[in-house]
Write a protein that binds this ligand. Structure first.
Ligand code: SAH
Ligand code: SF4
Ligand code: F3S
Length: 509
């Protein structure tokens, strides 16, 4: 059979990667170009596997948010096409990848700890490949440090070019092919080169690359990338670039394919989904997109993350209220309850506006579960400001709240603010906030006890294998007796007992 020259192919459906002609020049257009490099990299992986008498393995460590988790699924999809097999055993993997987060300093520190371990793994088996990517790589100081002190890393790339993984890997593998050819002769051994490719920003969205999903029955779906909000404490707009929305047709098409593949729940992902649709050729807002997604037959549940309060429209509340598929859960980050601090944070809403919005949502959708994010210790935060935050927490009564200690991120406006709050004061406020949040959450989360609720079963319980674990529409966790055959199914469960932030139940047959 003839080999396929990818430069001449417009529809990639059904292309057998083994039939790709890798002796031609690489195609210019995407995603054909990446498919070509997948085929090319595959040749090395095959040879090395034959030499070792086993498949080559890859392990990806992912830090950060759902966007990063989704990116890691894309990376794995590409690497599996190249011939790598995923392994849980980080110590033994032939290819180690770390997908980093830099939203707070502590996320950042974990990475250097991990790199130390990678170095010792590489000393034991020099053929090991080490790659590092994600949000932290978008910071020039980090790249400088890695180039200087972590020369053993093979590949560094950023958030804007993960679609290019196959091409970047093939650059690294070239060196390894040469090494195989040198057959151990020192004089012929190629010099180790570190491949670094980090883009400042992009307006490109490359569609139709392979993805390896972590769960068979649920999936994240990117609807937009980047963020334009520039909250004054936040580094995300600097490392993820400007806001770009995916075309509705691409999103709907992806979800339809997922449903055909057994997915019943999707999570629409974006840093600020409420501003979806800006800049599209055919304008469509987030509420309208949700209505389109709702129409997809076979899809049972729709979630989304994250909503910015300033852009949450009445239309969205209406669509949610009448929807049969949109889950009864809204994550609505508060950040602070003080209008003064909110202004300094550049959040563009006041305490009163937030409270009114929460009230409006609860009235329209009484069974909704509201969750939030709160930062304590933003520069200039006084005890009075902090009391305002506690006041909102008490008034809204969140189902749960992620609480964070403010972390200074270089390059953000807040980092240059003078009145940083002393550590002990912040710690004290943090502890008080956590207690308040937990006490309220224990009361609020138990409100459905002794009712029957639909639960999507996600996994067999780690600690008690006779139990399975799933989630209600409002995202609360339920454990109940069952087995692996239930995974991915929506079942009715009677909630026998509330344990604070989860329930114990039994199948309601
Ligand atoms: N786009 C989302 C949040 C992304 S980051 C939104 O706007 O809600 C997730 C959370 O991390 C934020 O909601 C915020 O509470 C927290 N966060 C971001 N930057 C931080 C910083 N510098 N220090 C502490 N927490 C921070
Ligand atoms: Fe950061 Fe604000 Fe954008 Fe969220 S909306 S990612 S907190 S800048
Ligand atoms: Fe972290 Fe990047 Fe997400 S900084 S929170 S992984 S967008």
């Amino acid at each position: 059979m003839d080999l396929i020259d990818l430069r001449n192919v417009s529809d990639l459906t059904g292309i057998d990667i083994n039939m790709v002609d890798t002796n031609t020049l690489a195609p210019e257009m995407e995603p054909n170009r990446q498919l070509y490099f997948m085929a090319k990299s595959r040749e090395y992986v095959k040879r090395k596997s034959e030499e070792l008498g086993r498949n080559l393995t890859v392990h990806i460590t992912t830090f950060g948010c759902q966007m990063n988790a989704k990116d890691s699924e894309k990376l794995l999809g590409i690497l599996e096409k190249i011939g790598y097999e995923e392994t849980d055993d980080e110590k033994a993997a032939d290819f180690l990848i770390m997908n980093t987060c830099t939203v707070r300093e502590n996320a950042n520190q974990k990475v250097y700890g991990h790199l130390g371990m990678y170095q010792s793994r590489k000393k034991k088996a020099p053929h090991r490949m080490i790659a590092i990517c994600g949000c932290m790589m978008q910071e020039p100081e980090v790249i400088e440090k890695l180039k200087k002190s972590y020369r053993f890393v093979d590949l560094i790339f950023g958030t804007h070019n993960i679609f290019k993984l196959a091409e970047l890997v093939s650059l690294c593998l070239e060196e390894r092919l040469e090494e195989l050819e040198a057959q151990g002769r020192e004089d012929k051994k190629p010099k180790h080169k570190m491949v670094v490719d980090v883009w400042k920003d992009t307006d490109q969205i490359v569609e139709d690359l392979p993805v390896e999903r972590k769960y068979s029955f649920k999936s994240g779906v990117n609807i937009m990338f980047g963020c334009n909000n520039f909250c004054s404490y936040c580094i995300v707009p600097y490392v993820r670039g400007r806001e770009r929305s995916r075309r509705p047709g691409e999103i709907i098409g992806e979800i339809k394919n997922l449903v055909e593949d057994g997915v019943v729940e999707v999570m629409l992902l974006g840093q600020n989904v409420n501003s979806y649709g800006k800049g599209l050729d055919e304008p469509l807002n987030f509420a309208e997109l949700l209505e389109e997604v709702e129409k997809i037959e076979g899809l049972e549940r729709i979630r989304f993350m994250t909503s910015h309060p300033k852009d949450l429209s009445d239309e969205l509340i209406e669509v949610m209220a009448k929807s049969k598929k949109i889950c009864r859960h809204l994550h609505l980050p508060l950040q602070s309850g003080s209008s003064r601090i909110l202004k300094a944070m550049n959040r563009r809403y006041t305490k009163e506006q937030y409270l009114a919005l929460a009230e409006k949502i609860k009235t329209a959708i009484p069974d909704i579960s509201l969750t939030t994010d709160i930062i304590v210790g933003f520069p200039g935060e006084t005890e009075e400001d902090f009391q305002e935050t506690l006041d909102v927490v008490r008034k809204v009564r969140f189902d749960s709240a992620f609480t964070f200690i403010y972390s200074k991120r270089t390059g953000t406006p807040a980092a240059a603010m003078e009145n940083q709050v002393p550590e002990d004061v912040v710690k004290n406020r943090f502890d008080r906030l956590l207690k308040e949040v937990q006490d309220i959450s224990a009361e609020v989360c138990g409100r459905d006890v002794h009712t029957v609720q639909t639960v999507l079963v996600e996994e067999v319980n780690d600690h008690s294998p006779e139990l399975v674990t799933g989630r209600m529409s409002n995202n609360t966790i339920v454990h109940f007796p069952g087995d692996a055959s239930l995974i991915g199914k929506l079942v009715d469960v009677y909630l026998e007992e509330s344990k604070g932030f989860y329930y114990m139940g039994r199948l309601n047959q």
